[in-house]
Design a protein around this ligand. Structure first.
Ligand SMILES: [Zn+2]
Length: 252
């Protein structure tokens, strides 16, 4: 009697395991820790079902100032890659999280560290550093999400990095980037046409408010990190008074 019982138990356990395996979706190949929601969205777009993406912050938080909470450290512990803006944007909290996580995959210099600002030219590099002038970034303005064109070089580099970390799915990452680039380019063309009427004539560009237009092309760019270029702000990173914006007066 003992053998049949044991056999049936083993068979039942085996069936249960198979059922579990079928019920659980295939585990994602890469665990992505994205510091800002924009990079989480881009990671998801490029990675599809091959990645599991965690966004460390939401759009209503200030990414300069985040608490290194235990929940963030726990997520960093299992990450294969961090996708964080760089150029010192997260300098006040990310290094602490990485250290606490003790995860060698995401220490500075590891292939599991991806910084979008490494793949675009940063605007507004300050000629001198004076923190009393407000929120100044020494390496230039890291808020590159405000120019949608930057998503293309960053997306391509991210696809390459995913492919490097997970060669088995390299073709998927590159194909998904190609599909994204086609969609994004079409959107860029559309936005550019829609934004064209907003562009100020050259003689008025020096007195535009805080949300400025790139003088070269009609895309919104955010200023406020270089005193020489800030418009309407009492101090970089400090909100200008509404009256200044409404009046459209020159800030310089
Ligand atoms: Zn900033």
């Amino acid at each position: 009697m003992r053998f049949p019982v044991r056999k049936s138990l083993i068979a039942a356990a085996g069936a249960a395991l198979i059922a579990l395996g079928l019920a659980t979706p295939a585990a994602a190949a890469l665990q992505v820790f994205a510091c800002e929601p924009e990079w989480a969205a881009l990671s998801q777009e490029i990675g599809g079902d091959k990645v599991s993406v965690y966004a460390a912050t939401t759009g209503v938080q200030d990414p300069h100032q985040i608490q290194a909470r235990p929940s963030l450290i726990a997520k960093a512990r299992t990450a294969d890659i961090t996708v964080c803006t760089g150029a010192e944007l997260e300098i006040g909290w990310l290094p602490m999280i990485v250290t606490q996580s003790a995860n060698k995959k995401i220490v500075a210099g590891a292939p599991g560290v991806f910084q979008p600002t490494d793949y675009v030219n940063l605007a507004e590099k300050p000629s001198s550093l004076d923190r009393s002038q407000g929120d100044i970034h020494a390496g230039g303005n890291p808020h590159i999400q405000s120019d949608p064109r930057n998503m293309l070089p960053v997306g391509k580099a991210l696809a390459d990095r995913f492919a490097q970390l997970d060669p088995a799915n390299a073709a998927t990452y590159r194909a998904r980037y190609a599909a994204f680039a086609t969609k994004w380019q079409a959107a860029l063309n559309r936005w550019q046409a829609e934004a064209a009427p907003l562009q100020a004539p050259p003689e008025r560009r020096h007195r535009q408010p805080r949300i400025v237009l790139d003088p070269r092309e009609p895309f919104l760019l955010r200023s406020g990190h270089d005193p020489a270029r800030r418009r309407g702000e009492p101090s970089a990173g400090v909100e200008p008074a509404t009256s200044r914006l409404q009046g459209g007066r020159s800030a310089s």
